[in-house]
Design a protein. Structure first.
Length: 267
């Protein structure tokens, strides 16, 4: 077997890997949403409806009366990012337990099952973000972003963050049953300190330095700077966020490798 693997061309292996992930994602969509009604469109409708609801609540409660900035734009440049990494990590938890029979196929590994779930959440969150912003721009609730490319870079870095965090949460949940049960609550507690509902610049320097140790804050601040531009003061370090993404992904992959046998036994 090792000789066969060593002789397999890289590009051929890459194509196989992509096909495996595509098949697993499609299977996950069908399993989760079924073939009836709007089917896989729930992948986009679910996060989009949540974002719409939160944004419109803030708008109709006149929260914008306390700020000169567009409060709807403030919400949709923070909340969807938080829900992406939160949902990705939560969905990753049961990846093996729900699909363990698929591991009998020699081309499918534990990581493939986890990747499929995380990528599916990222795809849904990304589509929802785009659709909501297009709708709000069209009806005049928000203006056109100042720097869409900068926003895209921030979103990509947060997708990377979601992948690394998802792998870590997956292993911790598989190893510790208590953690598996409390992560849902813990992740909701982490959302308020992830920069979703505040500007870092509004805090004193001492608190600001502590807040900037939290990686998602840099992604949120970066995304908002891309939207609002120089009209706001943001605090983000792209190099720090990239470093955190690399460390999280490395730790996540190492944890999966070290705990692979235990995960298969407990799955």
């Amino acid at each position: 077997m090792s000789e066969v693997i060593s002789k397999t061309p890289f590009w051929h292996s890459l194509i196989i890997q992509i096909n495996v992930l595509k098949a697993l994602i499609l299977r996950e969509i069908i399993t989760r949403y079924g073939r009836n009604n709007i089917g896989f469109l729930w992948l986009f409708v679910e996060p989009m409806s949540l974002t719409l609801l939160i944004s419109l609540m803030w708008y109709f409660f006149k929260v914008n009366a306390f700020s000169n900035l567009n409060i709807v734009a403030f919400v949709i440049t923070g909340y969807p990012i938080a829900m992406m990494w939160r949902n990705s990590s939560s969905r990753a938890k049961g990846a093996v337990k729900a699909n363990q029979a698929l591991l009998y196929h020699h081309n499918i590994r534990i990581l493939d099952l986890v990747y499929a779930r995380i990528f599916l959440e990222i795809i849904g969150a990304s589509a929802a973000q785009i659709f909501v912003m297009i709708i709000f721009i069209f009806i005049g609730l928000i203006s056109i972003p100042n720097d869409p490319f900068y926003m895209l870079c921030a979103w990509g870095l947060m997708c990377w963050f979601s992948l690394g965090l998802g792998l870590i949460i997956f292993v911790l949940s598989a190893r510790f049953e208590a953690f598996n049960k409390i992560w849902g609550t813990l992740s909701f507690i982490l959302i308020p300190i992830s920069g979703t509902f505040f500007w870092v610049d509004t805090f004193p320097n001492e608190i600001r330095r502590l807040l900037l140790l939290i990686p998602p804050i840099h992604g949120t601040e970066m995304f908002r700077f891309g939207y609002f531009g120089s009209s706001v003061t943001t605090h983000q370090s792209i190099s720090y966020l990239i470093l955190c993404d690399i460390v999280l992904l490395f730790i996540g992959l190492a944890m999966v490798k070290i705990n692979e046998n235990h995960i298969l036994e407990e799955g």
